[in-house]
Design a binder for this molecule. Structure first.
Ligand SMILES: *[C@@H]1O[C@H](CO)[C@@H](O)[C@H](O)[C@H]1NC(C)=O
Length: 290
C-alpha cells in the first residue's frame, strides 16, 4: 500500500468516527417507554425502529428535558398501506397547562400521500394546526425533520426547508411556550378512528406489524440540570451548535417557506373561517406565513 493510500484510509476512518460521534446514541439519550419488544434500538444505538400490531403500538422519549434547542430526527415512514397509522416526533412538557410542539405523520392507503400534521400548544391550548403533503415519498428513504425552538420563534423544517414558522407574539396576547421544559417523544400507534381520510379508511391488520425507522437523533439544546435550571453546555459552543438560538429565516428561507405553503399546504387553521366563526386567532392577522 502506498503512503498516500494508507493516509487516505486513515482519514476516512477518522471521518466516519467523527460522524458517528456527532449523531446521538439512542441507548444514551433515549428510553423506550412502551410497546415492549415492538421498539428496538439497533446498530449500537444509531438506529431505532418502532412497530405496531393489533395489540399495541410503541414509543420512546428523550432522557433529558430541554428549554429551547434544535431537535433533528431522520425518519423513514411505514411503507405501503399505512392507512390508520400515525407516526410521531414531538416535544411536550408534562402536567396541566402543558406546552407541545408536534410533528405527526398520518398514514394513507397505498399510493395516496401521507399528511404531515403540525401543531403548537402553549399553556394547554392548541388549535393551531397546519398540514402539508410532501414533495417526496417519505417511505422510500430517510429524511430529516427538525424543530427549532428559541424564545423568539418555532420553526418546523423538512430536510432543512422551513415549512412553518410560529412567532412569539406574546406582545399581542398570544401564549408562547417558553418557561416549561419539554422532552422529545416519538411513537407509532393506531388512530384509524380519525387519521386517514377522516376515519373512513381503517388499518389493514393483515399487513401488520407496521414499522417506522428513526435514526440520527440530534439535539442541540439546553437540558435541565439536576438543580432544575437549564444549562446550555458552553464548552461545546460553536457557531454550528449555537445557530438555533437566533435562527430566523433569511430571504432564501422565506422563498422556500412561500413555496411550501403555496404548493404543499393542505390545511391552515388561519384560513378556516368556518371553524373560528370568522374570528380568526389574533396571530393569523399578523403574519403572512401563519
Ligand atoms: C390520503 O389520500 C387522500 C387522497 O387519496 C387525501 O385526500 C388525504 O388527505 C390523504 N391523507 C389522509 C391522512 O387522509
Amino acid at each position: 500500500m502506498t503512503t498516500f493510500m494508507s493516509l487516505f484510509l486513515l482519514l476516512s476512518i477518522l471521518m466516519t468516527t467523527l460522524a458517528q460521534l456527532a449523531a446521538a446514541d439512542f441507548y444514551k439519550d433515549a428510553e423506550i417507554t412502551w410497546g415492549d419488544q415492538r421498539a428496538k434500538i439497533l446498530n449500537g444505538g444509531r438506529d431505532l425502529t418502532l412497530s405496531l400490531d393489533q395489540a399495541s403500538g410503541s414509543g420512546f422519549q428523550s432522557k433529558n428535558e430541554y428549554l429551547f434547542g434544535r431537535f433533528d430526527m431522520q425518519l423513514k415512514l411505514v411503507p405501503g398501506n399505512s392507512a390508520g397509522t400515525v407516526t410521531t416526533f414531538y416535544l411536550s412538557s408534562q402536567g396541566a397547562g402543558h406546552d407541545e410542539i408536534d410533528f405527526e405523520f398520518l398514514g394513507n392507503s397505498s399510493g395516496s400521500p401521507y399528511t404531515i400534521h403540525t401543531n403548537v400548544f402553549a399553556q394547554g391550548k392548541g388549535n393551531k394546526e397546519q398540514q402539508f403533503q410532501l414533495w417526496f415519498d417519505p417511505t422510500s428513504s430517510f429524511h430529516t425533520y427538525s424543530i427549532v425552538w428559541n424564545p423568539q420563534r418555532i420553526i418546523f423544517l423538512v430536510d432543512n426547508n422551513p415549512i412553518r414558522v410560529f412567532n412569539n407574539q406574546e406582545s399581542i396576547g398570544v401564549p408562547f411556550p417558553k418557561s416549561q421544559h419539554m422532552r422529545v417523544y416519538a411513537s407509532l400507534w393506531n388512530a384509524d378512528d380519525w387519521a386517514t381520510q377522516g376515519g373512513r379508511v381503517k388499518t389493514d391488520w393483515t399487513k401488520a406489524p407496521f414499522t417506522a425507522y428513526y435514526r440520527n437523533f440530534n439535539i442541540k439544546g439546553c437540558p435541565k440540570s439536576s438543580t432544575g435550571s437549564s444549562s446550555c453546555g458552553s464548552s461545546t459552543a460553536s457557531s454550528d451548535n449555537e445557530g438555533w438560538r437566533t435562527h430566523e429565516l433569511d430571504a432564501a428561507g422565506r422563498n422556500r417557506l412561500r413555496w411550501v405553503q403555496s404548493k404543499h399546504m393542505v390545511y391552515n387553521y388561519c384560513s378556516d373561517k368556518q371553524r373560528f366563526a370568522n374570528a380568526v386567532p389574533a396571530e393569523c392577522k399578523r403574519s403572512r406565513f401563519l
